[in-house]
Design a protein around this ligand. Structure first.
Ligand code: FAD
Length: 388
């Protein structure tokens, strides 16, 4: 069977849904079909790493069901359905159930998938999780059960640190294991990462930094044992993998679109290398930048909606810092895109500001912790735009 829509969007994350919403807001009435491999429920992904502290059930994170979303957007929703291939010559996509969907315009908003650096033994795999969408949250939430659990988190980036803080606040016993020497290594220079480590350690989160994992094993239903490269072991009920995200470029690549390790290559108008096909969100590398957070994808949705409704609009990204949700020590970071000449670091205890400067002494990025996060607005005004 085959059907057709003027606009087909693959992905119902914030990027795909944001685009459909922006189009309708402009009064655009073309037929839209949204396709998603997941439940298609409308939710805010950033809230996933704040749900355990508040004891939120997955239903409480669902803002709208896929059906309600379809009604709001007057769009056809095709859910729990993977897109297997794009046929760019015939302007169709192939669904896993064999259906073929035609489009005039195709938008790829397929997001990014957790990167798993090693394979897991069958005895532990069912108790190792990654949380990157509402369905993942559902699975982890039910595995946690009611009592406090021991959770070993692998990875010290934004996702690992936010879940560490959140699960700790939810009453669980948390360990963090990562090869880097300090927390948030890509966002914070070490003195600020260490301030976050101090706040985590004081709260009772166990940190194993500068350590890699030799093995993860378990005998039947017993403890999961993570053996570290220094011989230490960490016992856990559940493991949370927070080992990074990779843009889901496979569909685009197989169809011959230009892709890079940072995502599907698009220009400022979000155009891929093929006519009638656009990309935005975590999967898209816009003029060399893939920011993987909400503000850039919202700006992209707005610009693309204008472009598709007849006003070609290049997107630009401002100096939008990342606000890390670690209430144990608030963190704001706008990492420099080139290696700074020097970091100017001031402050004491948990209240530190770090300014990255180039060789002319110009501000090119910053990182703030504790009370210093209040300098966010002032420094954002002074820093260069991410994509000016
Ligand atoms: P996704 O939400 O990943 O959506 C991808 C969609 O594509 C899904 O619907 C999926 O089912 C579908 N899909 C993929 N492949 C296929 C296929 N082959 N066929 C059919 N469908 C397919 N950003 C911030 O700015 N602030 C924050 O505080 C923040 N916190 C975060 C906390 C966590 C725990 C995480 C994981 C991320 C956080 N981010 C935050 C990042 C932000 O959430 C993401 O940048 C954003 O949600 C990405 O949206 P997206 O629509 O591009 O991708």
């Amino acid at each position: 069977t085959s059907s057709h829509a003027a606009l087909v969007i693959i992905g119902t994350g914030m990027a795909g849904v944001g685009l459909a919403r922006a189009l309708r807001r402009l009064g655009d009435q073309r037929s839209i079909t949204l396709v998603s491999a997941d439940s298609g429920d409308d939710y805010s992904k950033p809230l996933l790493s704040t749900g355990f502290a508040k004891g939120l059930a997955p239903e409480q994170l669902t803002q709208r069901s896929a059906a309600e979303l379809g009604e709001e957007l007057t769009a056809q929703m095709v859910i729990h359905t993977q897109v297997d291939a794009l046929d760019v010559d015939n302007q169709t996509i192939l669904l896993e159930d064999g259906r073929v969907l035609g489009y005039d315009t195709l938008v790829l908003a397929t997001g990014a998938a957790p990167r798993l650096p090693f394979s897991l033994e069958p005895s532990v795999a069912p108790r190792c999780f990654a949380i990157n969408d509402l369905d993942d949250y559902r699975h982890f939430h039910s595995a946690l059960g009611h009592g406090p659990a021991r959770v070993a988190i692998i990875g010290a980036g934004l996702v690992g640190c936010e879940f560490a803080n959140d699960l700790h606040a939810g009453g669980h016993h948390v360990s963090v294991i990562a090869p880097e020497g300090s927390l948030l290594p890509r966002l914070l220079p070490p003195p600020l990462g260490n301030a976050l480590s101090d706040a985590f350690s004081e709260a009772g989160i166990n940190l194993h930094l500068g350590r890699s994992i030799d093995s993860i094993t378990s005998e039947s239903d017993e403890d999961i044992v993570l053996r570290l490269d220094n011989g230490d072991t960490v016992s856990a009920d559940l493991v949370l993998m927070a080992t990074g995200l990779a843009p889901r470029t496979a569909l685009a690549e197989a169809a011959g679109l230009s892709v890079s390790p940072s995502g599907i290559v698009v220009d400022r108008q979000l155009r891929t290398s093929h006519t009638h096909i656009y990309a935005l969100g975590d999967v898209a590398c816009v003029d060399g930048v893939n920011a993987m957070y909400v503000q850039p994808l919202q700006a992209s949705a707005k610009a693309l909606a204008a472009t598709l409704s007849g006003t070609p609009t290049p997107v630009s990204f401002g100096a939008w810092p990342v606000v890390v949700k670690t209430p144990l020590l608030p963190v704001v970071a706008y990492p420099p895109t080139t290696t700074p000449e020097r970091w100017r670091i001031e402050g004491e205890g948990g209240d530190i500001s770090a300014l990255a400067e180039n060789k002319d002494g110009r501000l090119i990025g910053f990182a703030l912790t504790g009370g210093c996060v209040r300098r966010k607005v002032e420094l954002s005004r002074a820093a260069p735009a991410l994509l000016g």
